[in-house]
Write a new protein. Structure first.
Length: 297
């Protein structure tokens, strides 16, 4: 059985840990509110942009093909993996690692075996993990330090340039989508080449017959919108990941605080039992010594 001093030291240590986890939970909650507001404002814009782009691409001629829509044999692949800079967020980062590894095993095993698979790691944890396992494109460990569209745009431009130059035949995005504080879902989306738009089931002949006036031409608008849509898609994924990170950390720290409380109860019970046993032993020693002294007289 541990001594009273050892138990006291453990109680103090757990109490200090509990204070830290409480503070981290409060910080994560404050950051989550801002991150959640950002992604809720971003989603309608990204959805509307994709909707406009889909409507335009249905109306342009087939001979106008964007350089970002060219379908090639998939020999060289780029995977954009979005994680956090820090840990202590439960399975937030490990889920991305598992998702990427599963994606490679199911879809890109041949490219990985041939050494034609590259990772663009956004977030320090992602960079540290994948840099030990293969080639990593660029260094984007600073993205979440000053998160903005311009910061993420640099990563998007590098991926787009690699696709245009034929360095990559396909670019896939893996990130955590924010659902709520306790739920984050790993999403795998093809970023490049852009997928052809599908005709919605509820499109009517009346809607199809509307004659729009475009200035400049439809083709030029599409050429401008597609790169912007790709940048927005990546920025939205990073915002989703940022909100998911804070939600996951808040949940993890809340659980850690609860576990520390349960451990404190157990330690205090152990301390009281140990203290009672020590007191009982001392009383028995005193009584035994008194009896021995009385017998010697």
């Amino acid at each position: 059985m541990a001594s009273l001093k050892e138990v006291r030291n453990r109680i103090v240590s757990v109490q200090s840990t509990q204070q830290i986890t409480k503070a981290m939970k409060m910080v994560a909650a404050a950051k989550l509110r801002r991150a959640q507001d950002n992604i809720l404002r971003m989603r309608p814009y990204a959805q509307r942009l994709n909707s406009i782009l889909s409507n335009l691409t249905r109306q342009i001629s087939d001979d106008v093909i964007s350089e970002y829509a060219v379908q090639r044999e998939v020999r060289r692949v780029l995977i954009i993996a979005v994680t956090s800079d820090r840990g202590l967020a439960g399975a937030f980062n490990s889920n991305i690692f598992k998702g990427v590894n599963q994606l490679i095993a199911e879809r890109y095993a041949a490219q990985a075996a041939a050494g034609n698979l590259t990772v663009l790691a956004i977030g320090r944890r992602s960079h540290e993990y994948f840099s030990k396992r293969g080639p990593v494109l660029g260094n984007y460990t600073h993205v979440f330090t000053q998160l903005s569209f311009d910061t993420v745009r640099v990563a998007a431009e590098e991926a787009m340039q690699g696709f245009r130059n034929g360095q990559f035949d396909e670019v896939t995005l893996v990130y955590n989508e924010f659902k709520n504080v306790a739920t984050q879902v790993v999403r795998v989306e093809q970023l490049l080449p852009i997928l052809p738009s599908e005709e919605p089931a509820n499109t009517t002949a009346a809607n199809a017959s509307i004659d729009y006036i475009f200035e400049p031409s439809k083709e030029e608008i599409v050429r401008e919108l597609i790169p912007q849509s790709i940048r927005v898609q990546l920025y939205k994924a990073v915002l989703e990941s940022n909100a998911s990170e804070h939600g996951a950390r808040m949940t993890a720290m809340d659980k850690a605080t609860e576990n520390a409380g349960e451990l404190l109860k157990s330690l205090k019970l152990t301390y009281n039992r140990t203290r009672q046993a020590a007191i009982t032993t001392e009383i028995l020693e005193i009584v035994g010594g008194a009896e021995a002294l009385a017998a010697s007289r």
